[in-house]
Design a protein around this ligand. Sequence first.
Ligand SMILES: [Zn+2]
Length: 304
Amino acid sequence: MTLPPHFHFLQRGWINSNTVIITGGAGPVVVDTGHPSSAAETVGLIGQIVDLAAIRLIVNTHCHWDHIGGNGALRGVSGVPTAVSAATAHILTTHDRRLMWLDYFAADCEPVTVDITWQDGDVVELGAYRFEVITTPGHAPDSIALYQPETRLLISADALHERDCGILNTAVHGDHILDEAITTVEKLQQYDIALVLPGHGGMITDPPASLHALARRLAEFKTYPEKMALHLLRRVTMTAVLLAQPISRQQFIEEALARPWPHDYAPRANCPDPERLLHQLLDDFIQRGLLREQDRNLSSLVPR
Ligand SMILES: [Zn+2]
């Protein structure tokens, strides 16, 4: 499926969020800027599509580091303001490391300056189009999606990936976020959507089917919370490998065990031994051809 005019979709790999660029109107708008470790690459990719000096606005869909990591670099080039939801503004301006998951994953990210805040239901002009701002709590309490009615296009961020959504970090936010994610799916199902540009993965060309599949997955998580824990553990393990590689299995597991997530989620996945579980997750990735272990070092076979 081709994109409507003025939309540009930069699909990235596992770590980096996708970036959406909307041109026309008062000037280009950039939605989400990838992971801090790829900031220069992200700015380079955006610069291949638009004149960086002409960018009018950066939008961040939520506070996670893989969506805001290129903000500083882009702002440095174009001096452009940043718009986020009121909830995201609060987290970013206080640099709330807990809600940003930075403490949880022992990560770091430079502070983000916020200039404009939006509320649920706001209508905002981005490039050639008007969008409705939709709050979408679940994966992140501060998340927004952007809906464009004429083209029936939704920028969903991590509230909806193809038949999936971003991880549900119940250890940080509490078990209620699963219900919030379910409510968010029901909310999005009220919209007439023809095409979705998600925060990770490819364009979604059959949004109703994808939302239906996500609703089923979340219902399954409700019945079998261990599957929700495993969903998170897989994503986080691969992310950790991508950030640390090349790294020996032993060192990887040592470093992972020094962080909270394996200890919180192994019991939730019905596995009492976090170390054994990490070995199993790595073995499973190797078996599925997503990870390689060569010369005693792990390296990922999925794009960043
Ligand atoms: Zn996220």
